[in-house]
Design a protein around this ligand. Structure first.
Ligand code: UD1
Ligand code: UDP
Length: 385
């Protein structure tokens, strides 16, 4: 039996972990045992518990309850707790997702005590090291033993950093293995899309007409903590909604809700609050979110996951960042990087409003990434023995 310890902490990691847990439960119960550690990086019920309830994943075996703090304090608390859990439980591998502080803490804790790391979502790069996530993902990749990349671009990024493909076992951080596996989030979107249509009431709750509204999310510190960028994005939202008589629904991350009060001017805050076309809510559940995505006219976001989901559900996307790791969607012409530039956001909206013939060739795998990853874990842990 292979023993995995999976670390989750932030919202998207809980969602991503659901794909692997589901694959283990359905296909590999006899060969893989998974324990889950929640760092407590996200803790509001609508940022954490809702996903355990909805995505049918077992509750975490361990919860470090670290909560919010500066990067250093938060990461240090996690390292301490993850190290202890690793020592107490001796898993064969530590499984890490994505690029959050929970990912970095896991990578540091495990690599120092020689627990092999499996990194899911390896190889992604924005080439912008002022993003905390860019540092986290580079550090994690370079401490990992099995690296699973969702895209070809990710594999190529790893090759340019010196990783080799088709290496021979035994694998280790000095001789890591790189796999192109497809995207676990695509697995989830396919799996939960039908359930969302059946159970989500979000459209009626907000009186939204399918195909007529814009969905927006915003949480990157570059945007929320910079009054000029936050202001430009909210001015654009007001301008587009009024100019095109189009509703915009914004399920906001708690970080953004807090920052609106301090970083938007009083005039812009009032204008937004009084705009009947702009509907601001708290974070929504995953089923509600994919129901909103499936039925939107267009998506406006700085989220990594939501950018991809826009592609899975064949919606145009305006990216509110200076660059993206998901470069395929820009190359395919279904997403435009508009940064926090008012003119670019408006131009991108006008472009997509007029363009009806977008195409979405498959670039994120076949929806079976979770199963593929499990098979490779089994295969490679046998070869490594
Ligand atoms: C983190 C990740 C980011 C990811 C995002 C997903 C890092 C460095 N960043 O950013 O990559 O895209 O999660 O959502 O790890 N807060 C609450 N309640 C919560 C959680 C957070 O109110 O349950 C507020 C707190 O004020 C906190 C702030 O949000 O200080 C930021 O939370 P934090 O986890 O530090 O970073 P995120 O912006 O969520
Ligand atoms: N999401 C959600 N509810 C929301 C906003 C996002 O369930 O209110 C989901 C979204 O569908 C995607 C994931 O959270 O699967 C993306 O997480 P987030 O935007 O927080 O982080 P990122 O992907 O940028 O790291």
């Amino acid at each position: 039996m292979i023993k995995l310890l999976t670390v989750v902490g932030a919202r998207p990691q809980i969602i991503k972990a659901a794909a692997l847990s589901r694959a283990i439960k359905n296909n590999f119960q006899d060969s893989i045992k998974e324990m889950v550690l929640h760092t407590g990086q996200h803790y509001d019920p609508n940022m954490s518990q809702v996903f355990f309830d909805e995505l049918e994943i077992p509750m975490p075996d361990f919860n470090l309850n670290v909560g919010s703090a500066s990067h250093g304090v938060q990461t240090a608390r996690m390292i301490e707790g993850i190290e202890k859990t690793l020592l107490d439980n001796s898993p064969d591998f530590l499984v890490l997702y994505g690029d959050t502080n929970s990912t970095l803490a896991g990578a540091i804790a495990a690599s120092k005590i020689h627990v092999p790391i499996i990194h899911i979502e390896a190889g992604l790069r924005s080439f912008n090291k002022s993003m905390p996530e860019e540092i986290n993902r580079i550090m994690c990749d370079h401490a990992s033993t099995l690296l699973f990349s969702p895209t070809e671009t990710g594999v190529n990024n790893l090759i340019s950093e010196g990783f080799k493909i088709n290496t021979d076992p035994p694998f280790s951080p000095d001789n890591p293995a790189v796999f192109h596996c497809g995207d676990v989030m695509y697995d989830n979107s396919l799996f939960f899309a039908e359930k969302a249509s059946k159970y989500s009431k979000i459209l009626t709750q907000h009186r939204l007409i399918p195909g007529s509204y814009i969905l927006g999310t915003l949480h990157r510190d570059h945007n929320t903590d910079d009054p000029a960028r936050l202001g430009a994005i909210f001015e654009s939202v007001n301008r587009i909604s009024v100019g095109y008589d189009t509703e915009v629904i914004l399920p906001l991350h708690p970080r953004t809700s807090k920052m609106l009060k301090t970083n938007l001017s009083d005039t812009l805050l009032k204008k937004t609050e009084n705009n009947r076309l702009v509907k601001i809510t708290g974070p929504v559940s995953f089923l509600d979110m994919i129901q909103l995505e499936k039925n939107a006219k267009l998506i406006l976001t700085d989220s990594g996951g939501v950018q991809k989901e826009s592609y899975f559900f064949r919606k145009p996307c305006i990216i509110l960042r200076p660059q993206t790791e998901w470069i395929e969607i820009v190359k395919n012409g279904t997403a435009i990087i508009a940064n926090a530039d008012k003119n670019k956001i408006l131009e991108a909206y006008e472009y997509f409003n007029a363009k009806k013939d977008l195409s979405f060739p498959p670039v994120f795998g076949d929806g079976k990434a979770g199963k593929f990853i499990c098979q490779e874990i089994i295969e490679n842990s046998i070869q490594n023995r």
